[in-house]
Design a binder for this molecule. Structure first.
Ligand code: DCP
Ligand code: MG
Length: 573
């Protein structure tokens, strides 16, 4: 009799060299060439042919050309085609799921919670003939599915080789469930490849944290399953593969530990400031492994609260980080949403120091914002008119300043250099579909953004801005008679995306954006609310899971401090 097992089974997908793959799907001739995608002066990604020749992600263009003069470089600053491909692939993955639990993270990662499918199929296993098992993909139609061998994991495992092969005496229910997860992951990966032309690196485990991390063990176009035993006691950590696995990670590599926290933890453990700057390959001497911290004297949730708690940090940060250091993550895979929680457009700059220059950038960003609103929030009616699926209530402007130069011309990297924001009600003319995009964007700049900018930067000399972001937030979904409160037929939406995917490689994407870098906020692209932003490998300040974003100024405020903060805004300017 197998013991009950209530753990979720999560599959994490990370598409291989995503932007390069999108360009290859458009033009297959590129597949055999070293291909790099450029944004500003940087290669944001390159295909494996280029990686074989020594190129890597986030390399300077100049350096890449020296290493590989024959490299084909394509400008990737217009994100439209990447966004479209991402949505279409997401729809494809979603089509396998029985429920709605598929969460996008950025453009190229998806978590799927396949627990229901796994539990159903474990119930179908014939213990007398596990080798000839059948995985049912459709509850309504038991003939839909694939054959597999339930005595073996599909693909590599961690640890590898598998010391505890299933089928032996020690096969427990979690092992069976993960074996099934590994076969399902393989089936979905194959369909992604054969039907859509994309490959992915995949991890299978019982949480978002472990599935994402274990996928990284083998790359590209491969999958890895974290195999049991998962259970551990704090005094006998050796028993658990989870602990063995997580222990070897540098603290900064753990999703959920943002770079500010990682920096504090390194400083604590090393008893000195780390010498290397963020974003560079960390100097070996600066590395602090999870094991180092986990086993350091006095370490535990209270100690971590001591180190990381304080203004703006969630009250349970100690417990949360202690869990992560022990490989525990109870966060749920979020359900698919019909409309985004917010739409945000931003660009980074060398240093804007004149108002007129800032205003020009605002115009460009506003145009993109209005375009994106029309793509993501408007549904076509049968008579050719459009219908808003949701109305954002708030318009937000955020900026970030560069740190001032030192005497020698260098710049200090400062952790304190966060964004500052200002919010205002979204003006109603934003929703006028009869008016041109450019004209609405112009009005938005003149009537809203300029005065918000002045309030953010009242002084004429406002230093140098390295980033401007404009966003619409606080979505209120329109009432509708169709399924889902959004009124959007989600099935139809996926169908449309599917057909747009199938159109590629000829793929013409008409909705071109201006040629400059635009990063859309993780909260829409990831289909997740802001409180999940710590999962994003972002250079932004960490978002605390318990913090709320103030509608007026955009600051992140712990829930308990919100009323006091509102009073502050109520006071005259
Ligand atoms: N990207 C970007 N700017 C960055 C990092 C990434 O625009 N600073 C884009 C380009 C990538 C995509 O996001 O194609 C996904 O990022 P990944 O780090 O997952 O990189 P890839 O998918 O390209 O490569 P890998 O095969 O290593 O996953
Ligand atoms: Mg990727």
């Amino acid at each position: 009799m197998l013991r009950r097992d209530d753990r979720r089974i999560i599959i994490h997908f990370d598409y291989d060299c995503f932007y390069a793959s999108v360009l290859e799907a458009e033009n297959p001739a590129l597949k055999s060439l070293p291909l790099a995608v450029q944004q500003k002066q940087i290669i944001v990604t390159c295909n494996y042919e280029a990686r074989k020749r020594g190129l890597r992600k986030l390399q300077l263009i100049k350096e890449a050309k020296q290493i590989c003069p024959e490299v084909v470089i394509i400008l990737g600053e217009d994100l439209t085609k990447f966004r479209d491909a991402s949505k279409a692939l997401y729809a494809h993955l979603r089509s396998f799921l029985w429920g709605q639990k598929a969460e996008r993270l950025g453009f190229d990662e998806v978590f799927m919670d396949v627990t229901d499918m796994i539990n159903h199929n474990v119930g179908l296993l014939n213990p007398n003939d596990l080798v000839h098992s059948f995985f049912c993909l459709d509850q309504q139609d038991p003939t839909q599915g694939f054959e597999f061998d339930a005595t073996k994991f599909c693909g590599p495992t961690f640890p590898s080789p598998c010391h505890n092969p299933p089928g032996g005496d020690r096969m427990d229910l979690l092992t069976y469930r993960l074996v099934l997860g590994s076969h399902l992951a393989h089936y979905i990966r194959s369909s992604l490849d054969h039907e859509c032309g994309y490959t992915a690196t995949v991890g299978i485990s019982t949480s978002k944290l472990l599935a994402k991390l274990v996928g990284n063990v083998n790359k590209p176009n491969i999958q890895t399953t974290l195999i049991p035993p998962y259970t551990h006691s704090f005094d006998n950590a050796d028993l658990s593969n989870v602990i063995q696995f997580i222990d070897d990670h540098e603290v900064g590599k753990i999703p959920g530990i943002g770079f500010k926290s990682a920096h504090k933890l390194r400083t604590y453990f090393l008893r000195r400031e780390p010498t290397s700057q963020p974003y560079t390959e960390r100097d070996h001497n600066d590395q602090v492994k999870v094991r180092d911290l986990r086993l350091s004297p006095g370490m535990g949730a209270p100690k971590l609260l001591d180190l990381l708690g304080g203004a703006g940090a969630p009250k349970d940060i100690g417990v949360r980080i202690w869990e992560l250091l022990n490989g525990v993550d109870n966060s749920e895979v979020l359900e698919a949403r019909a409309v985004p929680t917010q739409i945000s457009i931003e660009d980074s700059y060398q240093g804007i120091n004149h108002f007129e220059e800032a205003k020009k950038k605002l115009q460009i960003l506003a145009t993109s914002l209005v375009k994106r609103m029309r793509t993501d929030l408007v549904e076509d009616n049968d008579d050719g008119t459009g219908r808003w699926l949701a109305h954002p209530r708030t318009l937000r402007l955020s900026t970030r300043q560069r740190s001032p130069r030192n005497a020698d011309g260098s710049r200090e990297y400062s952790y304190a250099n966060g964004r500052i924001s200002r919010s205002a009600p979204a003006p109603s003319f934003l929703f006028n579909l009869g008016e041109g995009i450019e004209s609405i964007a112009e009005k938005l700049v003149e009537e809203s953004l300029v005065s918000m900018f002045r309030k953010l930067h009242p002084d004429k000399s406002f230093g140098e801005l390295s980033l401007i972001n404009i966003a619409v937030t606080n979505m209120v979904e329109s009432a509708g008679d169709q399924k889902q409160s959004s009124g959007r037929d989600i099935g139809q939406m996926f169908k449309n995306q599917e057909s747009s995917l199938k159109k590629r490689p000829e793929g013409t994407y008409s909705d071109r954006q201006p040629q400059h870098r635009q990063n859309s906020s993780p909260s829409w692209e990831a289909n997740t609310p802001l409180d999940e932003a710590t999962w994003e490998e972002s250079e932004d300040e960490e978002e605390s899971p318990l913090a709320h974003t103030c509608d007026i100024c955009g600051a992140h405020i712990p829930a308990f401090a919100l009323p006091a903060h509102a009073l502050y805004h109520a006071a005259p300017d």
